[in-house]
Design a protein around this ligand. Structure first.
Ligand SMILES: Nc1ncnc2c1ncn2[C@@H]1O[C@H](COP(=O)(O)OP(=O)(O)OP(=O)(O)O)[C@@H](O)[C@H]1O
Length: 300
């Protein structure tokens, strides 16, 4: 509870103004110093914060992730408080999905989101990082810029990210042996006991895209484990038979996911082209904008 009660604290000259939200291992605060606004993530669990700080530092020049500012350890009566200062982002895609009518994102917007989210994965994988926790809630829009409120999608929350390959291209084994098969929304092969690899980030993203299209993915996650595993397998094997009507148009994209494997590097450009082929009349690489519609911030 104390972690959610840090409003008023000053860290590195930044004042914690408002609690934005709390996740499984920490809380995030809107913070400011003069006119500069940043996000400060706080946790008493050092390992995830250290992991996130290392990943964000590695991604320092990456435009698809929040800019890293600092990592600070502050002694408190309850132990050491770990904080990370990072770029302040707009709402995450799960919050934006929830605000849309019917909780379903329209096709032209959805393909642009999918395109940019794939670009995020392409970027972090090029830094030899695998995210391992891909879901709508871990993508957010940037703060709007220009007269039209243009935004870009960024990927965040690197608490579970992992540097899976060294500079020679050799795989690095995760000696902590985390069990990702317990994560309900893990990719099919991860559910089968394999270690998460870049292709599994893409597969998890494909579940997030389905969810954003209006599919009741949380309900599917509540199925008995065998049934859920079977669904994940069949989605890769015969996507046209499994995709719900709302997402049938994405068949060109889902049809190539079954061919992904850990030996051949993920071809993110090809995957983005498949997103484009799914809705040929719209430009999937076009910009995204934030607009007010019926009093709600809407991504278009
Ligand atoms: N850099 C940031 N700028 C603005 N808001 C952020 C930033 N990072 C996280 N948030 C927001 O803070 C809230 C908490 O984020 P966090 O990732 O810690 O938890 P979560 O996604 O709710 O849960 P989990 O830890 O289970 O993924 C979310 O609403 C998220 O959108």
């Amino acid at each position: 509870e104390t972690i959610k009660d840090l409003v008023g604290l000053d860290i590195r000259g930044f004042h914690l103004n408002r609690l934005i939200g709390a996740g499984s291992y920490g809380a995030v605060y809107e913070s400011s110093s003069g006119t500069e606004k940043i996000a400060i993530k706080a946790s008493i669990k050092g390992s995830d914060i250290l992991n996130e700080a290392a990943a964000l530092q590695r991604l320092y020049y990456c435009q698809y992730t929040p800019q890293y500012y600092f990592h600070e350890e502050t002694p408190t009566p309850n132990g050491i408080l770990h904080t990370i200062g990072q770029e302040f982002l707009g709402p995450d895609l799960e919050s934006l999905r929830r605000k849309t009518p019917w909780q379903a994102i329209k096709r032209p917007t959805l393909v642009r989101i999918a395109w940019q989210a794939l670009s995020c994965l392409q970027a972090i994988h090029s830094y030899r990082l695998v995210h391992r926790d891909i879901k709508l809630g871990n993508f957010a829009i940037s703060l709007p810029t220009g007269p039209n409120n243009c935004v870009t999608i960024k990927i965040f929350d690197f608490g579970l990210a992992y540097n899976y390959m060294d500079e020679n291209g050799d795989l690095i084994d995760d000696e902590t042996n985390p069990n990702f098969s317990c994560m309900k929304y893990c990719a099919f092969e991860v559910a089968m006991g394999m270690e998460p690899m870049p292709k599994d980030d893409v597969i998890q993203l494909s579940y997030a895209i389905l969810y954003a299209s209006g599919y009741d993915f949380p309900r599917k996650l509540r199925c008995p484990p065998d049934e859920l595993l079977e669904w994940k397998r069949e989605l890769l094997r015969v996507p046209a038979q499994i995709l719900p009507p709302l997402a049938q148009f994405l068949t060109p994209f889902y049809a190539v996911l079954g061919e992904l494997n850990d030996l051949v590097p993920v071809d993110h450009e090809m995957l983005k082209q498949k997103i484009q082929e799914s809705l040929p009349a719209h430009n999937a690489s076009a910009n995204l904008y934030i607009e007010m519609q019926d009093g709600e911030e809407t991504l278009v």
